[in-house]
Write a protein of this length. Structure first.
Ligand code: HXC
Length: 258
């Protein structure tokens, strides 16, 4: 499928989605978010895809929602139009693992998009921020909620109230990102991580995603019960027999998602 604001490449069971509005530092407009939602739905439905990587350019993952597109909108426009909701809901519906590979600016909606992915690998040039307060608004797709859960109240307040940017080192120290690598190594590292995930049983990978996400939704006792029951259920799969047999037979497991 031909896209105008993103590119999509599927190789070795990994779908690489690259945001591609270089003139606006990948600012998120209706077109880009619509295409991203479509590409993610396609990746979810494509049996060849086992993991997804979303990235931007070396200068910007995404510098936020498109300010030019938003400036003249009214409350009624964005409330009744439910600005960005259908597209971001689609991202959350993807059951396959999604890695955000971030270089440069991940600001506002860009930081929020990265946080909607399952984990973030960033380069040393990454800068995260929720600067919406400078525009007379606030974050709208998770910048006060997901960021607080990821880095805690103090840093989330600091970022959202001052609009300051967080560099890669602070982002890793705070738990916002899982790894920091040199700029030139970012895609190699992200694609290698995605490739590793693609080798696993998709059943286990899907269960991991559901379990970790549940940790944000339910009390600990319920989350632990859900995890334990999912662990028990996996004994009803061929992949459990294969994984354990492969270990004992000292060979690589060949998972078949069954
Ligand atoms: C529209 C944007 C943009 C944005 C950058 N550009 N960010 N256009 N929306 N969010 C455009 C600039 O207008 C400029 O276009 C070109 O990209 C290059 O940007 P510069 O500012 O010239 O680059 P630089 O000096 O390097 O500064 C980079 C920057 C700065 C620090 C990232 O661009 C910036 O502060 N951007 C805005 C960041 C922001 O406020 N994000 C939050 C948006 S609100 P021209 O045509 O002049 O070359 C949001 C809400 C989410 O995200 C909630 C959703 C519900």
């Amino acid at each position: 499928m031909a896209y105008e604001t993103i590119t999509v490449d599927v190789d070795n069971h990994v779908a690489l989605i690259t945001l591609n509005r270089p003139d606006a530092l990948n600012a998120l407009n209706d077109a880009l978010l619509g295409e991203l939602a479509k590409a993610l739905k396609g990746a979810q439905e494509n049996d060849k895809v086992r993991c997804i990587v979303i990235t931007g350019s070396e200068k910007a993952f995404a510098a936020g929602a498109d300010i030019a597109m938003m400036r003249e909108k009214s409350f009624v426009d964005v409330f009744m139009g439910d600005l960005f909701t259908p597209e971001t809901d689609q991202i959350l519906r993807v059951r396959k693992p999604i890695i955000a590979a971030v270089s440069g600016y991940a600001l506002g909606g860009g930081c929020e998009l990265a946080m909607m992915c399952d984990f973030i690998i960033c380069s040393e040039s990454a800068k995260f921020g929720q600067p919406e307060i400078n525009l007379g608004v606030v974050a709208g797709i998770g910048g006060t909620q997901r960021l607080t859960r990821l880095v805690g109240k103090s840093k989330a307040m600091d970022m959202n109230l001052t609009g300051r940017f967080m560099d890669a080192e602070e982002a890793e120290r705070s738990g916002l990102v899982s790894r920091v690598v040199p700029v030139k190594k970012l895609m190699e590292e992200a694609m290698a991580a995605a490739g590793k995930i693609a080798e696993k049983s998709m059943i286990s990978a899907t269960v991991v995603k559901e379990c970790v996400n549940r940790a944000y939704e339910v009390p600990l006792s319920e989350g632990l019960l859900f995890e334990r029951r999912m662990f028990h259920s996996l004994f009803n799969t061929e992949d459990q027999k294969e994984g354990m047999s492969a270990f004992l037979e000292k060979r690589e497991a060949q998972f078949r998602d069954k």
